[in-house]
Design a protein around this ligand. Sequence first.
Ligand code: NOJ
Ligand code: CA
Length: 702
Amino acid sequence: MQALIRPSAIALSIGLSLGCGGALAQDAAPAADVSQSSQAAPKYQSIAGADSPDKVLHVDVLLSGDGNLSYQVTRNGHTVIEPSRLGLILANAPKLDRYFSYDTSATTSHDDTWELPWGERRVVKNHYTELRVDVVQKKWQDRRMTVVFRIYDDGIGFRYEFPDQPQLKKLEIMDELTEFAVADTATAWWNVAGEWNREEYVYQKTPLKEVAEAQSPMTLKTDKGLYISFHEAALVDYAAYWLRRVDGQRLKTRLAPSALGAPVVREAPFPTPWRTIQITDSAAKLYNSSDLILNLNEPNKLGDVSWVKPYKYVGIWWQMHLNTGTWEYGPRHAANNENTKKHMDFAAKNGFRGVLVEGWNKGWEDWFARGDDFSFTQSYPDFDLPALSAYGLKKGVHLVGHHETSGNVAVYEPQMEDGFKLYAKYGVDSVKTGYVADAGGAKVKAPDGSIRFAWNDSQEMVRHYVLNVRTAAKYKIAINTHEPIKDTGLRRTYPNWVSREGQRGMEYNAWGDPQNPPEHEANLIFTRMLTGPMDFTPGILSLQGQGKPLISTQAKQLALYVVLYSPIQMAADLPENYAKYPKPFQFIKDVPVDWEQSIMLNGEVGDFATIARKDRASDNWYVGAVTDEQARDVEVPLSFLDANRSYTAQIYRDGPNAGMTGDARFDIVIESKPVTAGETLKIRLAPGGGMAIRLVAGKAKK
Ligand code: NOJ
Ligand code: CA
């Protein structure tokens, strides 16, 4: 371990005001002061700093004023994040905001790889410099805090660590003071936070200085061509943060409130979640850099997870969203024995492992945002769980369980373990959960036994989501959470947390008020999808919602299986609709869900994206591309292919007359041709369109 203690402070404010990019070269001599009298004290003192492994990013930790702590980030010498505050406000003790003095610091480097049991890639590289800075508040009985930075070439993570100390045993955290002050003028793609519809909003694209309060992740493009994403990693036993714009381009974290008191209550020692900033010089690199979030999470805590299976599934689902069937028991009850068997037969015939059945259990009569009546062990009379599960398993088809809770955790938690036990008894090894409550409408039990309303990203709910996944793991059950806590990479620690929703999925196209706009997926890929898998439920080849046509081409529906990563993917349309379109349906049957490697080839936030992925189980590659409302010619350089093989490209692309309305949506060309690694395919995407390619590997040449 190499100690990094600086003999003297660097006059940072002078460098900044000179407009020299604020470069904080570690050993730079103090710059001349031209902005103020040479007697003026420097505003910031750098107390520690470190470079990323290839010296692309550099972080400095600063003290200013009366011991205010902040940090700054530069990229190749150019300031990306200007001095931004660090600290916390407590309810039970003086603030952790000033009177800090420097104690010690240390840098270490780390370079290894680890394997994802399932994922966008098998091998993840983890190469960073760690900078630990210990600070002390002498004024408050020597209270101590450590700020830890992990500095990668394409992003940083930092967190606060609180040691065991009698003078700060219990922390009631009212708010964090953590800031992100963006240096260059930027455009933001963002979702409002703290509003009734949780994360499920149409993305807004505005100048950063017009953002109000945003959910993370939030993505920026600066006028210097940098792409930035703010998010968090390893959100455990803590409230999620929202990003509130303070002034100009300065954002501040705000912790999701609690109905019980301070947003976070913890006993030291503990670390906060990591606050993350991905920084790259292209949109494609931003997407390709998102292993940062996984790397900042703890390794797998579940041991052997070979029981967690990636899979494709169909389900008794879209018909409820079309309102041609109901969840509750009655004449149109969809979760009945006959319908389940029909779906199982269809799944077996087409090679899908799973059949999701929603509405199988009692309590759906008045469920919306209420959930008081749900039973997680009692079926409606027309649904025979043991018999149906056995019927499916004989055909190699697994029932996918469903726990809708309406966000009523107070009713769910006492039944949760029994619910999983029941499923495990009958061979159900994955469960979709649901928390349909408006934001702030989840119900939790307070320590005094009373029922309190909670945000779905409050500390209480963060605890619940993790408890749910850990309890499921005891029964070797995988979880797909809808209306979830945002993804912060916990699938590394709990690999049975296979997917989640957390943005507007396909269901909005069924309801249609309004539907997802054509740019929605091109927004998702560079925002929500940076955090991990999404159960978007693609593949609506009928292109028809409740009375409203989908604004999409058929080829785009196929592309979604490649561009929107999830280890579980639904073929969401009705079986009878797939029967009408056997040729495009073939791609849905062929496409895998578990990948050896993934590479974004090209893309722009909110406009388009082209992604190539290699199957984990074969030598085949798959490519998907989507566009917004603009037609586009995308290039697919096939340099990722093995030069020692030839391939057959099975191409599903928008036809010459394709478009996003009327019959034009169904104009699809399906063609096959030989290709090799040296070639670049040029493919036209229609407005609202997309394309999908399966590259079938021939034998390797000797
Ligand atoms: C919302 C989920 O996103 C959807 O998939 C599910 O069908 C309903 N809740 C009912 O649980
Ligand atoms: Ca939902």
